[in-house]
Design a protein around this ligand. Sequence first.
Ligand SMILES: *[C@@H]1O[C@H](CO)[C@@H](O)[C@H](O)[C@H]1NC(C)=O
Ligand SMILES: *[C@@H]1O[C@H](CO)[C@@H](O)[C@H](O)[C@H]1NC(C)=O
Ligand SMILES: *[C@@H]1O[C@H](CO)[C@@H](O)[C@H](O)[C@H]1NC(C)=O
Length: 863
Amino acid sequence: MKMEEKRRGPPIHCPSMALLAILFCIFLGSSRPVVIVSATATPAFSPRDNHLIDCGADNLATLPDGRIFKTDKQAADYLTYDGEHKFSSQSADDVPSALYTTASAFSKEAIYTFSITSAGWHWIRLHFHAFRHDKISLFEANFTVTADNLVLLRNFGPDSSTPVVVKEYLVNVTTEKLEIKFTPENDKVAFVNAIEVVSAPDYLIEDSASNLIGGGQFGGLSSRSYETVYRLNMGGPLVTSSNDTLGRTWENDENYLNSTLLAKNASVSTSAIKYPDGKSLDRYIAPSLIYATAQQMGDANMASPTFNVTWDFNTTSGFSYLIRLHFCDIVSKSLYQLYFNVFINQQMAVAGLDLSKETMALSTAYYRDIYVDSAVVTEKLKLQIGPNTDKEGDANAIINGVEILKMNNQVNSLDGFIGADGKKAVAGGSSKTVVAAVGLAMMFGTFVGLGAMVIKWQKRPQDWQKRNSFSSWLLPIHAGDTSFMSSKNSLGSQRTSTFFSSTLGLGRFFSFAELQEATKDFDSRAIIGVGGFGNVYLGVIDDGTKVAVKRGNPQSEQGINEFQTELQMLSKLRHRHLVSLIGYCDENSEMILVYEYMSNGPFRDHLYGKNLPQLSWRQRLEICIGAARGLHYLHTGAAQGIIHRDVKTTNILLDDAFVAKVADFGLSKNAPTMEQGHVSTAVKGSFGYLDPEYFRRQQLTDKSDVYSFGVVLLEALCARPAINPALPREQVNLAEWAMMWKRKGLLDKIIDPSLVGTINPESMKKFAEAAEKCLADYGVDRPSMGDVLWNLEYALQLQESSAQGKTEETSTIAVGGPVAPAIPDNSPVASPQETNNSPAQVPVIEDHSGTAMFAQFAALNGR
Ligand SMILES: *[C@@H]1O[C@H](CO)[C@@H](O)[C@H](O)[C@H]1NC(C)=O
Ligand SMILES: *[C@@H]1O[C@H](CO)[C@@H](O)[C@H](O)[C@H]1NC(C)=O
Ligand SMILES: *[C@@H]1O[C@H](CO)[C@@H](O)[C@H](O)[C@H]1NC(C)=O
């Protein structure tokens, strides 16, 4: 094909032209160069070849889109078949189009020959609708269809669940004649209701696309053939051939959305849509109706949109796919506000897409083609969009349209692995074979690197649902951070145990037998918490002391990192408001941590969801103050300072006296040194609690914990989860919702009903201010934990003095600000008795923060 004319490719092909264009804009003082408003300017496409046949019909069929299909008689020259073939349905009642009341049916091979006047891309559309007829049973048809030597359908038969099937292909025809052949199989008949063979624009498919695997460009696309498997108008209505520029159909995407709650549609008037100046992207690529609607992130304006919007499609393994993604920034108020990523099958497909840079204007059409090699195609294809974490901006992501095209395979088939000549494809499902082969190779200890890569990819979807990290379901922090021991084997060895206890002072070493006894051989009735990493058991050791025994799943490689992290962290930390580690066991590759037992469980359980007695405002304040002390100690008390990274109400545990202790240090990190200022890391944490700045910049500071603690404060006040997807959209995210009311000065409207009338207004005000400051967008604007602690203590004082009928205020305290408060017990508690006074329990991990849906969205790096 003559496709070498000007082409729209991801990189700008002619830098000097681009530069000129930019200079041109600067001269004109305009930010939008060379964009023509062409929604109505482009004339209707008139295909050179336009063969439309209503098979078996006696009368002309005019479709709603105005196209007229030939009768069987008019199309007689096309068909090579001797025998009766015209059939019409006895009842024409419930068919969606006149095309479906008649069919041509064949009991032996039949050929339609189309003369091609203009070589190039052609649509082939085949319409099928089986109906009853006394002479023939179309419902039992079974046949193969080829176009020249390309297999379109192999052993195809109608399926009663989908009465009308329209198959669409895009084929680059280079010959003067195109033969479409119907061959009955298995002594059944073949049939077809209508056939279209229609020219398409030359530039519809370019010769190359970005390769999903390994990046770079994949070429040779103009000599391939395609079947349209999905064509979606994201966030918009069904667009039929009447409204499309090339007779295509675009479906709404909602049926494919993994969770409709996470997406929200956007639309503008079609007249607002512009096409860039240049032949290769005009309304034939997609009509303005497609670009005028989009799906974007649901609640994208919430404090920390740390998720992807996901669509699931069915694909066929063994085939490669071409995926066309249509974009048009109809959501931004100004340029350079929107940066996002697109993933296909969990691989980065488009990184940091900046539509402003690509189109230099808002509401301007743009598309990207991605080649997905059969090596990474399984039965499911996952498309995801999510905000870019590297850049500032609106933390949103959009997509306007998607086309998923299946590509012909090595035997030139689009259906199955047998060619038109009967030749079989070698190793049809190549990816599976590769995996099996690599698996074998791995058993023999070779090609481990490659094997791990392929296997990992294959196993991904399952892993993803049952996170099996030790402390939580989250991924471990970088291996480098837990470098003091890096392999599972060393952990299991006796030498290691000695090393542990002697050099690191990790508390008591328990033998496995001891812990077996303590937990009645890990009796399932002793389980008090369940997580992907394994279980938490209630145990009783020697003197009758209750302990929480957290036993890691030895199969979990991730767990080892977190086990080590937690052991390392906990061993350094002793504080009244941190859950204490009593000891550990690493015998026989076991990963067991033994903690004090916290009999009252997580703070969250006392706020909502468990029907436990309501906590008073004073109790809640005291618990928040305790947790704040624990965090303040983490940030400042330990030698280097530690960032918890996963502060939430399920990680604040209560002992029998309701003393709060912070737990779960599996994600903790040493705080940055002064020069560094932050720790760069992949975003970890829990959905609903994540610091938006940390998310945007992936830079961790102690202020990220402060943000999460702000969410904890709101939970304590409002007694609802940080994220509740069951609520109306604007209420889903607690931080966002509560801050909206706070700004209106009406926060008291959404507090826990059981607190109404019991909170001193001044106490409430102070508390709300503290929460608001914690939730500041930028870390620098947030207070330190010390300041938060000060504010909470003041709020408690106000509450107490009002309870005692004394409302006197000491103006010196009321000033607030960064005065370091006197914290009585923020220093390490050395005496073991004190720790033992407050026995404790380990986090009950089931039901963290959300529904099954969010658990499934664990890939959003938090639950
Ligand atoms: C957009 O979403 C709303 C709410 O779900 C729905 O009512 C509306 O029909 C959608 N618009 C389009 C164009 O699909
Ligand atoms: C499609 O075209 C028809 C006829 O021109 C029109 O009535 C209908 O509103 C259009 N649909 C959309 C979604 O614009
Ligand atoms: C979005 O999906 C990709 C691929 O599945 C994943 O790597 C990434 O972490 C996800 N992003 C978020 C914010 O969950």
